[in-house]
Design a binder for this molecule. Structure first.
Ligand SMILES: NC(=O)c1ccc[n+]([C@@H]2O[C@H](COP(=O)([O-])OP(=O)(O)OC[C@H]3O[C@@H](n4cnc5c(N)ncnc54)[C@H](OP(=O)(O)O)[C@@H]3O)[C@@H](O)[C@H]2O)c1
Length: 220
């Protein structure tokens, strides 16, 4: 899992601006993308940013893109779908996605996986979301084993809560965005007590030329 956040933990501003880290850090992210089998993101990130999720700033091949989108809201004119005939694109939906939309996505070159609904406790905010454990099994069978999660906060919570994350890298930009409605690195329901929280082990700590701090953690 990788994310770029401000010192106050925001991964986007209240206005939805998520361009937090420097070009230098983006180069690191593109290198990371070139080293994985697939990138996984939540549908709200696509709707907010309309990203391409490709390798552009370094040499390397594009990994598959996997969008977690239970209701099939991924726009047909999104950059992801417009490039789906060239770059492997998987849309993980549940039975809530309209069949007609599934066909449209497939016509554009995307592969649609109909996955069961998530277990209760995955996230109260997304009670009928995609069953992420099942999705990971299906991706593994498709030989997509090294997965880079690029957010947003809701998807990050569900994956961390289910114990599906091995490593976390956070780029902390020397900025403060504020705003109680700004999305943070991990959203979801949260824990009531620190004793319940997810434990991390700090590995490498780096500081880049832009003054950003890179923290590499392993999940305990
Ligand atoms: N700075 C960064 O590093 C960075 C990186 C990524 C995103 N962002 C920002 O983060 C914001 C979006 O984050 P977000 O937290 O609002 O949304 P998100 O995590 O991108 O997407 C959440 C949505 O995914 C769908 N979903 C389906 N199954 C799910 C499951 N099991 N668990 C969780 N979600 C599931 C749900 O929508 P349905 O119910 O419709 O399926 C859910 O509302 C944007 O502003 C984006 O710019 C920043």
């Amino acid at each position: 899992m990788n994310g770029a956040m401000t010192v106050d933990g925001k991964i986007a501003t209240t206005g939805g601006d998520s361009k937090i880290s420097s070009k230098e850090d983006l180069v690191r992210v593109h290198k990371l993308r070139a080293s994985v089998d697939a990138i996984l993101v939540g549908i709200s990130t696509i709707l907010a940013d309309n990203p391409r999720l490709t390798v552009r700033l370094v040499k390397g091949s594009n990994p598959a893109r996997v969008i977690v989108d239970s209701r099939g809201r991924l726009p047909i004119d999104s950059q992801i779908i417009c490039t789906a005939s060239k770059i492997k694109t998987i849309v993980a939906v549940t039975d809530q996605a309209p069949e007609e939309k599934i066909h449209k996505l497939e016509d554009m070159g995307a592969q649609v996986l109909v996955v069961s609904k998530g277990e209760r406790g995955q996230s109260a905010a997304v009670p009928h979301g995609v069953n992420l454990k099942e999705l990971f099994h299906r991706l593994e069978k498709m030989r997509l084993r090294r997965i880079l999660v690029e957010g947003g906060g809701e998807l990050n919570w569900s994956l961390l809560r289910l114990g599906l994350v091995d490593e976390l890298t956070v780029a902390i930009a020397p900025k403060i965005a504020g705003g109680r409605l700004a999305t943070t690195l991990v959203e979801g329901d949260g824990f009531e007590e620190i004793a319940q929280s997810i434990r991390l082990e700090l590995g490498k700590v780096e500081r880049n030329k832009t003054g950003e701090l890179l923290l590499h953690y392993k999940l305990v």
